[in-house]
Every structure is written in structure tokens, then in C-alpha cells.
Design a binder for this molecule. Sequence first.
Ligand code: BG6
Length: 527
Amino acid sequence: MTCAIIRRNYSANINYRMKKTENQMLVIFGASGDLTARKLIPGLFNLYLAKQLPPNFVVLGASRSDLTDEAFRDRVVYKSPYLKEKLQKLGESEVKGFADKLFYMDLGKDYDTDYAPLRKRVESLKADHDTSGNIMYYLSTPPTLYETIAQNLSEAGMNTQNNGWKRLIVEKPFGYSLETARQLNKGLHKYFTEPQIYRIDHYLGKETVQNLLVTRFSNSIFEPLWNRNYIDHVEITNAESVGVEKRGGYYDKSGALRDMFQNHLLQIVSLVVMEPPIGDQPEEIRNEKVKALKSLRIMKDEQTLFDNTIRAQYVASEINGEKMNGYREEEGVDPNSTTETYAAIKFYADNWRWHGVPFYVRTAKRMPTKVTEVVIHFKAPHHQIFKDSGMQSKDNKLIIRIQPDEGILIKFGVKVPGQGFKVERANLDFYYSSLAETYVMEAYERLLLDAMQGDATLYARADEVEAAWEFVDPILDYWKNGKDVRMYGYAAGVWGPENADNLMNGFGFWRNPGENLADDPGYCVIC
Ligand code: BG6
């Protein structure tokens, strides 16, 4: 069953709220890095094509590479592999119109330097392009430089708001532990106030993640069931088919728990767990998310940590005749590394709504497919009338597919035609792709526009980030220093270590989803 009616009622530009975006300048620190070319510039380019950039707007890329404005434009626009397809479809003047808004400044050998020349350049661009004193600083550098850059901006008088607002967007990872996250918050707060700081988590920019809020709070059919009385357990899977690719050096110091779980997955958890906010104002939503994160039961003793956490690493395998490296053989990875590429955690939220409901959350690289989904498993009906129905273990499920094949699926029982009451499970589904006329914004595009408009709803607040670390820290500590910690192996291309189902203890098995939302779970290989 598909909800075709939505197709008719949807209007093309529903994604762009008609808020005003003031004239401004975007200064990107780390502009010669991969993120700028891969995500930021394509996001801005989409905004430009959708006429969402303010009339007077320029981007100043700043980093340590020796580039001219032209070379920068070549790198991130004209010769960018990330824009290649798009450029082929566009006229020269359209592309030039965008590229001409981009400028570059070489900061020299070090980010820790006098920013007076940078200030001079900013001022001359401001005068030439009439961008006003509004400036957004985007930190896309190694995190160790965040505070240094904030300090240098402050010393050059570039954080003052007497002539236009100043905002700071900070990339992940935000801290390496609770302690370092606290230090970073403190460090940034010396130079920028909390409302000026935008901590980016690109999962919050995904339509389907935001849709969790809408599914829950704009329908009356889910929220009454959204509690311990009707929900048996919650399962969240984030799987990637890729390995660590060229990021072995970074990943080996991070691992799955820091890289995905502490930020993206706990953000999703907070949206599932939170209480209804009073309204849609940023602080109202963020207050509820913080409360949700604070309600997660922190695992303290070794036995609890042993019973409720599993970590693993992918090992070499052969898929369709192709040899896949094991994690320890990847470039930049220590051959004796104990960094996890798979993490599965069972936990509880200690509050009125969720008392006793287990949450199972896992994330991993080198899985059979790329998929992220939230599965709400409902309890069986209190009283089973149809005893021979064959419905055992076929619970009602609400599956919220974050990516790919974005959509929502409800699994429910229907009668098999014929004598007696045999019940089969049917699908009621909705696909974003069925919204034929709708343009779905890329996560970075959406988040950049929000920050340009001063809307922090989809950005993490200081206390939110700290609450997430508070939950994760003891697990990291146990994995590092605990007595009986195990590191399991799984062949690249399978659904993790065999014993991961043990975590489910009485709650069945992980739903190993296929590439398509309606596929029934199973095993497959990376193609
Ligand atoms: C990043 C992680 O934050 O998210 C990567 O550092 C991961 O390791 C990526 O691959 C996944 O993002 P997405 O949007 O492709 O699911």
C-alpha cells in the first residue's frame, strides 16, 4: 500500500521556509580541505541555484595552502569532482555567478597567527560587496585548532557584534571525551557566547531525522502508543558498506563509538526518547533533547558494561572474488589496533515514559549494505485470540528509514484469505521518493541556510553534547581499561560478529535490513 495522496498535496518549495537571509560573509577555516569541496561548496551552490543566498554574499576560504582566488574557484567549483555532473547541465554564466562569490586567503604556515591581515581582507571584501558586518566563521580544521582560531579572531576584534552578528560553526568531533568536550566548550565560551556557537551534526540536517519529530508530534496515532505500555524495544541500526577508506589515521584514534554513536546516533536517540516540546522554538526542542540524553542510564560497573556493550573489528574477507582488507591492514591504521569498527550498545532511558524498555543501537563499517533506520517494536496484543495464526514473533513494527530509500513502513497483521484465521504481516509504506515534485535539501545545505538565518534548532547545544559524552565516557573507559573486554572480529561484508544477537537476549534478533525499505531482513554481500 502506498500513500499516493501525498503526491498530490505536496508543493514544490515546501522545504524552503520563507525566512529572510541577511547579507553576510562566510569565512571557512580549513577551506582547502575535503569537506569544503565535498559538502560546503556544493551545499552553497544548491542554495545559490535555489536563489536562497542573500543578495550580497561572499565566501572567504582561509587555510594554509598557497592558493589564489582563481585556483580556489578551480578547485572547489570548476574542476571539482563533486560538482562535475551539475556543471555539465548549467550555463557558463550561472556557474560563474556563483564562483565569483568565492575568495581565498592563505593564512601562512599556521592557524595560530596574527589575524590582522585576515581582518583587512574581510573588511575590503565587505566594502567591495556590501556584505554588512554579519559574519559566519566555519571551523573545518582539526578540532585542536578550534579554540586557537576563536582566540585569534577575538584578539583581532573579529568577534564583536557591535556592527553585525558573528557566528561560529564548529564541525565534529566536538571533544574526544567528556572532559575534553567540557574544556572545548569553556574555551570557546571565552570568545563567543553560546547563542553564537553552532555545533554541526549533519544527521540533524537529514530530512528523515527531522521527520522523526513530525511523525511523533503531528500525528495523533503514534504518540499515545509511544511509551512503555506499548513499545517492547527500540532498535537503531547504522550500517555502512565502506571501510575506513583514506581516513584510517583519524578513525584509528576515534572508533565507531566516537565517530558515529556519541553524536549522530545519540541525536537520533534523543528525538525518539524526548517528551513533546511546548512549541517548535529552538530552545524548546533543545531543552527536551537534553532532558532525554540526561535520562539515559549511565553504565557504571564492569559487569553491566560487559553484558550490554559489544565491540568488534572487521577482518579480511573475499567478496565476489574481490579481496577486502581487514581493518588492521588499512592505510593509516596501527597493525595492532584495538579501535572498534563495530559498536552495539543496549541501554535504558530512566524516565516515566521509557521505564524498562531496552534500546539497542549499533553502528559499523564494512556491513553488507549502507542503511540507517529506527525500528519501534510494539508489544504483542495483550490477549491472543488467533492462537494458530502463525503470528508469533511477527510483532507490529514502525520502521523509520533514515537512508537510503527514505520513508516509513508499518508492519501489521492481516488475515490470509480463506478458512480460519491465519494472519500474515503486511506493509503500509510511505516513500520520500514518491514526492515526485519535491526537492529534498542536502544535510549541509539545510544546516548552512539555518545558521545563516540564525536558527539553531538543528545544532547541538553545549549541554547536549556534554550529556551525550557523559553516557559514552564510561563505555570508552571500560573498552580501554576494563578487565574482560573482548574485541570480536567479523568478516568484512557480514552483519557484525555472531554474538551480537546475544545482546538482544530474549528480544529476538537484530533486523538486518536490506537496501530497500520493504525488503525483508536477511543476509547479503557487498556488491
Ligand atoms: C561522519 C563519520 O560523521 O558520518 C563517517 O565521520 C561516516 O565515518 C559518515 O562515514 C556517515 O555519514 P552519512 O551521512 O553518509 O551516513
